[in-house]
Design a protein around this ligand. Structure first.
Ligand SMILES: [Zn+2]
Length: 458
């Protein structure tokens, strides 16, 4: 069966008082009705229409029609244009398809009784905005890659298999994937990665994905935390169900998605993704609290708590970014629970260079990956002091946990680079189906990092 998407400003509806009031009084942003024996999705008037609103409505419609087992939904360019007259037609179409595809997203690998299905969106009279439609699909595919990686279980996605998954994701593209395994990591002195993974049955890895669409552009390094499962290590986590900790590689998923978006859209940027990959497990060989990790840059870190492992591996990524002479560095991680206390589950925190933080905040407000600037309070730096090493991986005080994590990372940032740190711990998951989000992984960060990289490369 086919459905037709229209707006309540449609003359057929406008001229029918009964129908008009029925639609006005129905709940939600759209109503599905039978009109002249056709299934019609009627989008209600939007107050101050935004592209994010368009993405959300499209995602909700896609899921609603799938439930109704509708095979195709038809959308006419002229209908979209008049229904969303205050928005740019091409950009509205891009937002619509992006929201549609993401709202249709499913992860059913382990649901024995479910079969993937989707209502296809068919565009009519949209020849003039084809490039926007293609772009919207590319954006959705990139975010879906991030979601797939985050939703996968740790026996399938772990430090030994993850590099292969990334290699195949970028096979036959303009990006180059380099995988460093344990012996190479030892030669490269990636001691944070090596130490954190000591308790795991898997050997650690470090993946670099590089893409150069224009070699006159400054090198941007995107560093993503790839902890494929975080038990806390010897500082074992408690909790009724810590399944979510399979998503502790959310930062690396964001980086991978961003690279996908950049590569597929042939962006004129020069970028490298740096992804340290470990599993944090308790074992007789595990890293234990009180140990000291000596980093390649000469810094010695006391491990006060093995559950603060993200910063220990990101440190290697930041050092590596310096070796590659990156001009801009953005690291992203599901780093601290504290960021959710500060900002809730709709915004990630961004730390570091204040001008760049503002640029990123604006980008996120437009593309849906919202961030809010957070301070790196110098007075809290002393909380990281250690009695016998240069500093500790956890704060001596039970306050400002996200800020002290940022301050820890700042010590590893090469002096020649401008740096941002994103803490996405609270935005990695959606608690339910809502707009273009489906329950579980959000795919946060893919669009944010890609759009930011493009912006600073202009
Ligand atoms: Zn941890």
């Amino acid at each position: 069966m086919k459905a037709y998407i229209t707006f309540s400003s449609n003359s057929r509806i406008e001229n029918d008082e009964k129908l008009k009031s029925f639609i006005q009084n129905s709940e939600g942003d759209f109503t599905t009705i039978l009109l002249d024996e056709n299934v019609c999705v009627v989008i209600k008037p939007l107050k101050k229409a935004s592209y994010e609103q368009v993405r959300n409505i499209a995602g909700s419609i896609a899921r609603d029609l799938r439930k109704r087992k509708i095979e195709t939904a038809l959308l006419e360019g002229a209908v979209l244009e008049s229904g969303l007259s205050e928005l740019n037609k091409g950009e509205a179409a891009r937002a619509f398809i992006e929201g549609w595809e993401l709202g249709s997203y499913q992860f059913l690998t382990y649901k024995s009784d479910a079969k993937a299905s989707k209502t296809e969106l068919e565009w009519v009279g949209c020849e003039d905005i084809q490039s926007f439609i293609v772009e919207g699909k590319i954006r959705a595919q990139a975010v879906s890659l991030s979601r797939d990686l985050m939703n996968e279980i740790p026996s399938k996605l772990n430090p030994e298999t993850y590099p292969d998954v990334l290699s195949s994701a970028f096979k036959d593209t303009a990006a180059k994937v380099t995988v460093y395994r344990k012996a190479q990591l030892e030669a490269m002195e990636m001691n944070g990665v090596l130490e954190v993974c000591k308790g795991s049955k898997y050997e650690p890895a470090f993946v670099e994905i590089s893409y150069c669409g224009d070699d006159t552009k400054p090198l941007v390094a995107l560093v993503g935390k790839g902890v494929t499962f975080d038990t806390g290590g010897i500082s074992l986590k408690s909790g009724r169900d810590i399944s979510d900790m399979k998503m502790d590689m959310g930062g690396s998923a964001a980086v991978a998605g961003a690279m996908k978006l950049i590569v597929e859209s042939k962006a004129k940027v020069n970028v490298v993704a740096l992804i340290p990959i470990v599993e944090n497990m308790p074992d007789r060989d595990s890293l234990i609290p009180s140990e000291v990790i000596r980093y390649k840059n000469g810094l010695n870190v006391q491990v006060g708590n093995t559950d603060a492992e993200g910063r220990l591996i990101l440190a290697d990524g930041l050092i590596r970014a310096g070796e590659l002479k990156a001009k801009y560095i953005v690291d992203i991680a599901t780093l601290t629970g504290a960021i959710g206390n500060a900002l809730g589950s709709k915004l990630a925190g961004v730390f570091g260079n204040e001008d760049l933080s503002d640029v990123m905040k604006k980008i996120g407000a437009e593309n849906g990956d919202h961030v809010w600037p957070m301070p790196l309070v110098d007075a809290y730096d002393s909380y990281l002091k250690s009695d016998y090493a240069d500093f500790n991986n956890i704060s001596a005080k039970g306050e400002a946990g996200s800020i002290t994590a940022g301050l820890f990372l700042r010590r590893f940032v090469p002096k020649t680079a401008q740096w941002l740190h994103i803490d996405m711990a609270a935005v990695a998951q959606s608690s339910g189906d809502s707009g273009y989000y489906t329950k579980a992984a959000t795919g946060f960060g893919a669009r944010l990092l890609a759009d930011f990289t493009k912006k600073i490369s202009e």
